[in-house]
Design a protein around this ligand. Structure first.
Ligand SMILES: NC(=O)c1ccc[n+]([C@@H]2O[C@H](COP(=O)([O-])OP(=O)(O)OC[C@H]3O[C@@H](n4cnc5c(N)ncnc54)[C@H](O)[C@@H]3O)[C@@H](O)[C@H]2O)c1
Ligand SMILES: Nc1nc(=O)c(N)c(NC[C@H](O)[C@H](O)[C@H](O)COP(=O)(O)O)[nH]1
Length: 306
């Protein structure tokens, strides 16, 4: 029996530095879509994370966004934090959908995963031939415990999908029916089967996203919990990681544990043996100034028994 061929990621050049804002060509050279056969029954999935050098993904202080992780509050580094934002938009421009979570809506109240650069949007529509100017915004949630007046729900023309369990679907419908300010984004709620932990069954949900919503490329802009759940199931193809060189520490000023790109204290996550630990092969690296590194790698799974 021959092994199934995998998608191939080739970045040209493999190693480089951005000394000025990356051109359209430089952005899409770094985020070139894979060639070769894609997974037949689910989207091709990459994670998209910015973290401190010590892996923290949100300070959880007063600011309800991750802009301080991206060093956006430090004027002398603004040139390089703008490169981070441009690359982030470039990654979203190549995606059919972007997945975030209910937890993100609770911790980043103005989150919106939309492409805000005209050249990147043009490339999305005219070169990649995507049917919509913006990727579908998918919110993964159990409880639907967030405010339906948040920015993401007030964007006329933007497609938003709540991906939830049957129970979550009923909660969402009930909340939507009782809103005093109606949602103006194009909102749908999809009820999926639950997995053993009671949450959305990822394998089935990804199949639905491909078959019913035509999602070929999915950007997973979630926190580490969801990313590692997907790794455990072997469903994540790529790791896209921006490291902004600062050290945050494990907890915030109220001793609350900060979210981490690689959480080790989340119930249900797997531990690996040296023989089966997933590997990541870096396919491309970029630097911007002395504080930003951008990595793109592919997962090599060894725990799936194939
Ligand atoms: N820096 C970054 O790049 C970045 C990216 C994303 C999130 N964040 C931050 O990270 C934090 C969130 O990270 P995290 O690791 O706690 O979690 P996460 O983003 O993976 O979200 C966990 C939540 O997702 C939902 N969820 C997960 N699996 C589910 C399933 N199977 N079915 C239904 N719902 C499910 C639930 O609401 C759960 O509470 C937030 O503070 C956010 O602002 C940072
Ligand atoms: N800076 C940054 N680099 C990343 O690699 C990444 N994944 C995020 N993710 C955070 C979050 O998704 C975005 O910061 C907001 O969605 C942007 O929203 P604004 O354009 O600022 O309104 N942020």
């Amino acid at each position: 029996m021959t092994a199934r061929q995998s998608p191939v990621v080739t970045i040209n050049p493999r190693v480089a530095e951005f000394t000025t804002s990356p051109t359209t060509e430089e952005v899409f050279a770094f985020y070139a879509l894979p060639t070769g056969p894609l997974p037949p029954d689910r989207p091709y999935c990459w994670s998209n994370t910015i973290s401190t050098l010590d892996g923290v993904t949100h300070f959880l202080e007063t600011e309800k966004s991750v802009r301080q992780i991206g060093l956006q509050h430090i004027p002398r580094l603004s040139k390089h934090s703008k490169i981070d934002v441009r690359l982030l938009n470039g990654s979203w421009a190549t995606a059919d959908a972007v997945l975030i979570t209910g937890q993100i809506l609770r911790d980043e109240d103005d989150v919106l995963c939309c492409v805000n650069f005209e050249d990147l949007k043009k490339h999305r529509l005219e070169v990649l031939h995507k049917p919509t100017p913006q990727p579908l915004q998918i919110i993964l949630t159990n409880s639907c415990n967030f405010d339906f007046t948040l920015r993401i729900f007030g964007q006329p023309g933007l497609d938003v999908l709540i991906l939830t369990t049957r129970e979550g679907h009923d909660i969402a419908q009930n909340k939507i029916a009782n809103l005093s300010t109606p949602v103006t984004s194009n909102l749908q709620v999809l009820a999926c089967e639950s997995g053993p932990d009671g949450g959305v069954d990822f394998t089935k949900a990804l199949k639905l996203l491909k078959s019913q919503f035509n999602i070929t490329y999915l950007d997973i802009s979630t926190g580490g919990t969801t990313i590692h759940n997907l790794i455990d199931l072997g469903l994540l193809d790529e790791c896209r990681m921006t490291v902004a060189n600062q050290l945050a520490g494990h907890v915030n000023t109220s001793s609350q544990v900060r979210p981490h790109a690689h959480p080790y204290d989340v119930k249900g996550l797997r531990f690996y043996a040296p023989e089966t630990a997933p590997l990541v092969a870096w396919k491309g690296v970029r630097m911007a100034g002395e504080h930003f590194m951008f990595y793109r790698g592919v997962y090599e799974y060894r725990h799936l028994g194939n």
